[in-house]
Write a protein of this length. Sequence first.
Length: 283
Amino acid sequence: MAKVTKATKAKTIKAAKGRNKKLATQKADNKRAKARALMASKVKNTQAIKALNKSAKDINGALDKASVADGRALDLRLTACEMLAAAKKVADSSKINWKKWCADNITQSPETIRKLVMVGKAENPRLALEDMRLKNARQTKLARDAAKARASMTPVVAGKATSAAPSDDAPRPPAETPAGKILSGLDSIDKQQGQNLLKSKAGEFGLKAVTQSDIDAEIAKAVRKAAPKTKETKALFLAMDAADKMEFLRWAADQMDAKLITGFEVSDDDPLAIPAAMKRNAA
């Protein structure tokens, strides 16, 4: 009995040592895996920073050129927007602090960078950039008009009102662009006129204007076309079992605002049914 107990004890100790060794091995493997992941993350981070620094140089260069190149300004700004959007995607995937990186590398204000990134991420970046430009132009015009109005107000000197002559150096609002005139014109007409105008002009640019009602009509047409024909419906009906046939007939009658009367059931509105008041009670 003592030998059995001693052998069992030795076996238990051996099993415990095996488990401890296995746990130690797993712990070492996890530690090595974390070290490899950390090293890979550092390598990825380093590569991302190198790519971002190159992008920063290109972005700043494009924006600087856009400020002096009238003819290519829009294309240059558009390129900068798309590069900024791509750079933010790289920074986010590499867990790089985007705001800090921009502050250290991009020569624009945080608000301007935010707007440019939104343009670069838009479905149609060129259109989004044009919209942003027009919005900025309207805001600038409003600010200049307000400043001009304040400058032209009659000042009071020694209790007397004096007329202030307008200054030749007063800022003038920028001339309205063709795109701005188009937008203003569309805002001044009703919806139907706007749709007709866009439809008539879309073809000149190789486009086709489609309204929501046009889309709904095409969908309804496609649904009708895809619906089974009478012959196919009859074949499907004949393939049903009795219960399904009755269910289908009830549904069809309901769709037509009708009432199904069969030999198996009597409708509540059956004109031949005996009224309850005239029925004789069973003795």
